[in-house]
Ligand binder design. Structure first.
Ligand code: PLP
Length: 379
């Protein structure tokens, strides 16, 4: 028997979340009397830990798939994805362009160095690009003052038959917070004024919170780039994924593999950081930070044992965590445990307790964890 820890990835949940986002965009489009945006389903980082091939299956209704790594893009093609594929950071060196060309990938262009490489390349077909503006995040992208010149250069390459479509792109730093996107959108509008072509601006937070900005009003193609919400986790510090009708796609489960009866005053785990104030039963769960469970999850982090919500006690160690069994007096060895996901706390609740984000926990699922694919909904 393998260790009992297992991550179940639900294809129906991925599908459900994509249609929830689709509906959200359609409603905004209907309200504004425009056309609904196309969706790049973001599947970077092994589809946020869910697996590229599962994401290809779950997001078959998306208009495009977006990621960073060339080998993930190739895996999408090999899994049968014939639609658009976007490289969110673009390509890194001239030899990447051969693969971009061969597998018909769309690339982000955020710097003249990339346009130089495109000019020097021998492409067999027109290359579609998303030309990225730095609208204030100061990560990737052209400065607003440099954008029109970059666009003009791209347009020349289009006229020469080198480039295909040129989509205007930016990425928001504060779509999830009180600042919102007003300032970034104003910068984007100014920098791209009068420049033709589609628009690609919204991550999950902006897609869920400001779907109206992704409505196509005058035939201009609009693209959104949701990631985390498609996996059933929230991009917001103050709104749950469930409140948007999203479902956990990843459920991490394990079992109780040991039980201790701890007397009052006894301590639990490394560093003896938890001290029992009364006699209590403590369960040992086969799951630790080497499985991707956050080491910083403190005493009190939510966890579910045999269907009953309880708490982690003491330090998370490499292979095990310890939990309070007092709320579940009947739970012994073999009792089922949900670390996060369906039937347990949300990944966001665990992340919040550990001072991080659901994003990080899903991406950090360790390779040693067995993964099971759920192709149909549980009855
Ligand atoms: C990761 C990423 C996204 C998706 O972000 P979420 O917050 O997961 O929705 C969108 N656009 C770019 C450029 C990204 O790198």
């Amino acid at each position: 028997m393998p260790r009992p820890i297992c991550a179940s990835i639900s294809i129906p949940a991925l599908r459900h979340n994509l249609s929830a986002v689709r509906r959200h965009l359609d409603q905004a489009a209907q309200a504004a009397g425009g056309e609904s945006a196309s969706i790049w389903a973001v599947i970077k980082a092994n589809a946020y830990g869910h697996g590229i091939e599962r994401a290809v299956a779950g997001f078959s209704a998306a208009q495009g798939l977006a990621m960073l790594d060339l080998d993930e893009a190739v895996r999408c093609r090999e899994a049968g994805w014939g639609g658009p594929i976007l490289l969110l950071e673009g390509f890194f060196n001239p030899s990447d362009l051969e693969i971009v060309d061969r597998y018909h990938l769309t690339t982000t262009v955020h710097d003249d160095a990339q346009l130089d490489m495109i000019e020097a390349a021998h492409l067999t077909r027109r290359l579609d690009i998303q030309l990225k503006l730095n609208s204030g995040m100061n990560r990737l992208g052209y400065a607003p003052a440099a954008y029109a010149a970059a666009y003009a250069r791209a347009e020349k390459l289009h006229q020469r038959g080198v480039l295909g479509s040129i989509i205007k792109m930016t990425h928001f730093a504060t779509a999830d917070g009180p600042q919102g996107i007003t300032e970034a959108m104003a910068i984007f509008a100014r920098a791209t004024e009068g420049l033709a072509g589609g628009v690609s601006v919204c991550n999950s937070a902006a897609t869920l919170r400001f779907p109206e900005i992704a409505v196509s009003r005058d035939g201009t193609p609009q693209w959104v780039r949701p990631g985390v919400c498609l996996y059933g986790a929230t991009p917001f510090p103050d709104a749950t994924a469930a409140s948007y009708g999203l479902r956990a796609a990843m459920t991490l489960t394990s079992e109780i593999i040991g039980v201790q009866s701890v007397s009052a005053g006894g301590t639990v785990g490394y560093g003896a950081t938890f001290r029992a104030d009364r006699r209590m039963r403590v369960g040992v769960v086969a799951c630790g930070y080497a499985d991707g469970y956050p080491r910083h999850a403190p005493t009190g982090t939510p966890i579910t044992v045999a269907g009953v919500p309880t708490r982690v006690v003491g330090r998370v160690s490499m292979d095990m965590i310890t939990v309070d069994l007092d709320p579940v007096p009947n739970a012994g060895i073999g009792a089922p445990v949900v670390l996060w996901g369906e039937g347990g706390p949300s990944v966001d609740e665990v992340a919040q307790a550990a001072g991080t984000l659901g994003y990080e926990l899903m991406c950090a699922l360790a390779p040693r964890v067995r993964v099971q694919t759920l192709s149909v909904n549980k009855p």
